[in-house]
Unconditional design. Structure first.
Length: 152
């Protein structure tokens, strides 16, 4: 189930990316290295369910696509702020497709936040935190990603 949910998130992000690319009439390619580094940075800075794709036009102009889940609107803004600061590109266009889902703030019955640093098992399995949070989302009813909102 978690793999299906991950695939759905990735598909939604790709659809948002394609729609944005078609609408703008520009050709983009994914900067795999920067995208992976930025996603890792976000995961290490209390945003374990947020992913990023950095796109570049043939001219080298960047565009940022953020996707995934956060517990609050603050988390959504924080993720965008951290991502743009990480990239160091003033005025980078951002497609923010993150979904706010308050149910991921605390796992039912545990009293612990899935956003807090984890146990040793999470350190040896970096997907452990993601898997547990996605299971919580699935149990509490996942909702489809909203249409991407564009911000300059």
């Amino acid at each position: 189930m978690i793999r299906k949910l991950r695939a759905a998130i990735a598909a939604a992000a790709l659809i948002a990316l394609l729609a944005a690319t078609i609408a703008s009439g520009q050709s983009y390619h994914i900067d795999q290295s920067t995208s992976a580094n930025l996603t890792r940075y976000l995961h290490q800075h209390r945003l374990p369910l947020v992913g990023a794709q950095v796109l570049r036009t043939d001219d080298g102009n960047p565009k940022l696509l953020l996707y995934g889940f956060v517990a609050t609107e603050f988390g959504k803004r924080d993720a965008q702020k951290k991502a743009t600061q990480f990239l160091g590109v003033p005025g980078i266009p951002v497609v923010n497709s993150m979904q706010v889902n308050p149910s991921i703030a605390h796992k039912p019955g545990s009293g612990a936040s899935p956003l807090s640093p984890g146990s040793g098992s999470e350190e040896t399995n970096p997907n452990g935190q993601w898997n547990r949070a996605m299971e919580g989302i699935y149990k509490n009813g996942a909702q489809p990603l909203p249409s991407p909102s564009y911000s300059p």
